[in-house]
Design a binder for this molecule. Structure first.
Ligand SMILES: [Zn+2]
Length: 327
């Protein structure tokens, strides 16, 4: 599909044509990465839908604990959801996918990280013709105090499977200082460093976390829009924010899509990308996120195409393995 086609596709509400254009998703959690209907098909029964608005991460966790975790607490469930999530991304035209795999997945494998490595390498190989899957090591802030899990995390950094690292869950559950040794090890192993920050918290904490952990990119980071100074700093240091608009609306971090701060970030020179976060909960693919932002009047079709092309070009710089479908 030619680039001009993406602009036309947006302005004519042509979702199929938007899907056909190559895109990236660099903020996706494997455990929650497929559409709910695929999980339902696999389970053979329906699953309650998440509420349209939830009270932050607490609200999301209530839904996960009540509905999803009982369905995913097996290795089979985890492997189904993550493979189905990669497949969903491919069907949506995603050609470069940074998907995070929570370190707690090691509990599913009797041989620990050996099993994890085998599974993830198999997943990368299986989908290689269609997508450049870049596995990311996911660290839940709630478990950073668990010494045995952190030992696994340090070993996982040395595996060579994970191309990046991410920190998430409740921002108050651990300080960035607590993961500094792990991040230093990840840096030494050549991994890209990312963390969730500024999804709900303030702009200064974003800058502090980036400086302390020497982050390359931030997951969410939308609170930076509160501070022109922090936005200028992000722009100067070329720190990319990997934004998930529907996630922010459904978790009540922003009131609605039309007033999403991604516009303010963009206008202040901050590099932004558009991503899914958790497709199983938020229900919007990358293509749908692009279309929603256009329909809500947040960006013009030309601006959205610029964001798409910039994310593709950044993805190419991240890897020497070029996907044949890259333009
Ligand atoms: Zn996330």
């Amino acid at each position: 599909m030619k680039e001009i086609g993406f602009i036309t596709a947006l302005s004519t509400n042509n979702l199929d044509a938007i899907r056909a254009a190559p895109k990236t998703d660099v903020h996706s959690h494997a455990f929650l990465s497929t559409r709910l209907r695929n999980l339902e098909k696999w389970l053979g029964h329906s699953v309650p839908r998440p509420p349209h608005r939830m009270n932050g991460l607490e609200g999301m966790m209530e839904y996960i604990l009540a509905v999803l975790v009982p369905l995913q607490k097996s290795r089979e469930g985890f492997e189904f959801v993550s493979a189905s999530g990669v497949n969903d991304a491919i069907e949506d035209g995603v050609v470069y996918l940074e998907m995070s795999f929570d370190i707690m997945m090691t509990r599913f494998y009797p041989d620990g990280l050996v099993g994890v490595k085998t599974y993830i390498e198999g997943l990368v190989d299986r989908f290689k013709p269609q997508v450049n899957l870049r596995p990311e090591l996911g660290i839940p802030r709630t478990h950073v105090s668990d010494a045995s899990l952190m030992k696994f995390a340090h070993e996982a950094v040395e595996l060579g499977v994970f191309k990046s690292i991410d920190l998430y869950s409740f921002e108050e559950a651990c300080t960035p200082e607590e993961v500094k040794p792990l991040y230093d090890a990840a840096r030494a192993a050549g991994m890209k460093l990312k963390a969730h920050v500024g999804e709900f918290g303030g702009a200064e904490e974003i800058r502090r976390t980036i400086e302390l952990l020497e982050l390359d990119e931030v997951q969410h980071g939308i609170a930076a829009a509160e501070s022109v100074e922090v936005m200028q700093w992000l722009s100067q240091h070329q720190i990319q924010l990997n934004v998930c608009p529907t996630s922010n609306v459904m978790l009540s971090a922003v009131p609605n899509l039309a007033s999403h701060p991604i516009r303010i970030l963009y206008d202040n020179g901050v590099t932004v990308t558009i991503n899914t976060d958790d497709l199983i909960i938020f229900g919007q693919s990358v293509s749908e996120e692009y279309l929603n932002l256009y329909t809500a009047g947040v960006f013009s079709a030309k601006e959205l195409n610029d964001i798409r092309l910039a994310s593709l070009s950044k993805a190419e710089n991240n890897t020497r393995v070029r996907n044949p479908s890259y333009k």
